[in-house]
Design a protein around this ligand. Structure first.
Ligand code: FAD
Length: 497
């Protein structure tokens, strides 16, 4: 104790990097030989975007897990609330700390706050040291041959593979060093004081009751990875699009809060392949999906308000429809299209939605209903446990057609055939739509039927289930016409390629 009091501490400021292993900042703090003062600051004013309700639920548990992991090492997480700059400068002055260590968030607005913080700390003789603990490589550090940031995924991924960045070698040695926290350091707040838990619904129901399929925290993330590699990597490439099988990794919220590093994921994946060559195809596909995350962060660095501003600015004059009733039906999962509705109900009940269904549901909003993608993005932002500042807006813009490397405008997901293809026995839909019994005979009949009216979906025969709020064929024509007008306009103005 005396020893620590004599030495000034290093302040280890946690943000979206809530883990202790494979963390360059943690390693640097421990290697300093000084006592480490771990702190988390709930700073609503300098956050680019207030966290959604589901993310807050996750954050609460993730902080609890980190606190417990630190206690296990004889330390504790000091929780504060308020302006991070003021709190950090105060701590640095009070305890004579010269070094504050944190991770990049790669959120462009936070980068600006970090610059100000760095200057404020320099004024009192302290330094901010930032580490990349989140991505495989710094956003846009890879460029096209012309020196431009990538805007198309495939060449980006080729460059990433060629760079050798994906061939990760990790040291699995446990974290060692001096963690103990002197008693004189601040007590901080109780986690509950941050008010991150969702309020009960007016009916008294616990909205988050269905989130229990996840285990936030570093141990939960490691467990999830182990189980995925063991049970599902082999068939990942062929079955990852099947929401009924639901065999993807579910690592997205863990990655979002930095509970596991992408390097660790790649390292463990490579080890699994080394032990069983039959995992090679699945592993290749899995690596490519992880690269989409890197690509999205590159886009966020190119367009800091990716959640608000069309990546392709010629979309600014797009004729979105005002349709509050349609938007409400979509949010509630009452569009009358079972694949869309099952997805929206999965989202509400579990805080998660399968990737294939995210694409179908998002496409339905922006193409069938012609509702501005930003409204859907915000709803996902509030409801997804993995709501990510880069992945969410980049994916929405991809679906809407205004993003980099976006789906072509004439690609309109058909919610009926998508359901037949990716949920062939209706098991996914049945999970979320009461009465949607797995009626194989009827499905088989519908598939064979030549009558287009029969080809709709068996939803029409479910008591109390809503009729489609829009006719698929008409909505498709309307979307094609609207998108084509924009496309003609674009070529008239000659502002693309
Ligand atoms: P896996 O298939 O196991 O993939 C492994 C990891 O790769 C994921 O955890 C994720 O980090 C990354 N990844 C996979 N697909 C993508 C992708 N298309 N784009 C970027 N990264 C990807 N992902 C989020 O993490 N947060 C979001 O807020 C988010 N919003 C989305 C919104 C829409 C409209 C769409 C179409 C997709 C969105 N995605 C988002 C991407 C994708 O749906 C999820 O990453 C994936 O479903 C998470 O499940 P998983 O961890 O089991 O994925």
């Amino acid at each position: 104790m005396e020893k620590h009091d004599a030495k000034p501490p290093v302040i280890l400021w946690f943000r979206s990097d809530l883990r202790l292993h494979d963390h360059a900042g943690v390693a640097a703090a421990l290697a300093s030989g000084q006592p480490v003062l771990p702190v988390y600051i709930w700073d609503e004013n300098t956050a680019t975007r207030p966290l959604g309700a589901a993310s807050k639920w996750w954050l609460h548990r993730s902080l609890a897990a980190l606190g417990s992991d630190l206690r296990g090492r004889g330390s504790r997480l000091i929780i504060e609330r308020g302006n991070a700059q003021i709190i950090l400068a105060g701590l640095a002055q009070e305890f004579k700390a010269r070094t504050i260590i944190c991770s990049h968030t790669f959120d462009p607005e936070t980068e600006v706050h970090d610059r100000h913080l760095s200057e404020a700390l320099a004024d009192i003789g302290a330094e901010l040291h930032r580490h990349n603990t989140t991505l495989l490589t710094l956003p846009n550090s890879l460029t096209t041959q012309a020196g431009q940031p990538f805007r198309v995924f495939t060449p980006f991924y080729k460059a990433l593979q060629a760079s050798g960045i994906c061939d990760v070698r990790l040291n699995s040695a446990p974290v060692t060093g001096e963690w103990s926290t002197p008693d004189r350091w601040p007590q901080g707040l109780a986690l509950e004081a941050l008010g991150l838990e969702p309020k009960p619904t007016p009916s008294g129901k616990d909205w988050a009751a269905g989130f229990d399929g996840f285990k936030p925290g570093e141990a939960g993330a490691r467990g999830r990875l182990r189980s995925f590699l063991k049970n599902h990597l082999k068939t990942y490439a062929e079955d990852r699009d099947r929401p009924d099988l639901d065999l993807t990794s579910h690592l997205s919220p863990h990655l979002r809060f930095g509970e596991i590093s992408p390097q660790r994921i790649l390292f463990e994946t490579a080890k699994a392949v080394e032990a069983d060559q039959e995992l090679t195809v699945g592993a290749d596909k899995f690596r490519a999906e992880l690269a989409w995350r890197e690509f999205s962060y590159g886009l966020l660095a190119q367009q800091p308000r990716l959640d608000r501003v069309n990546f392709k600015r010629d979309f600014d004059s797009f004729e979105w429809r005002d349709d509050d009733a349609g938007f409400g039906a979509w949010c509630r999962g009452e569009t009358g299209y079972p694949m869309v509705d099952a997805g929206m109900r999965e989202l509400w009940q579990t805080g998660y939605m399968h990737n294939r269904v995210r694409m179908v549901a998002a496409s339905f909003l922006v193409k069938h209903l012609l509702i501005d993608w930003r409204r859907g993005e915000q709803w996902f932002w509030d409801c997804l446990l993995d709501a990510d500042p880069a992945n969410n807006p980049a994916s929405w813009q991809w679906v809407a057609g205004c993003g980099a490397d976006a789906a072509p405008y004439f690609r309109i997901f058909n919610p009926i055939t998508q359901a037949e293809k990716f949920d062939p026995k209706g098991q996914y839909r049945a999970r979320y739509i009461p009465g949607y019994a797995q009626d194989d005979m009827r499905l088989a009949h519908m598939k064979k039927s030549r009558d287009p009216a029969e080809k709709v979906d068996k939803s029409h025969h479910i008591p109390d289930y809503t009729q489609p709020i829009v006719d698929h064929a008409l909505a498709r024509e309307r979307a094609l016409a609207t998108y084509k007008r924009r496309s003609d306009d674009m070529y008239r103005h000659g502002d693309e390629e």
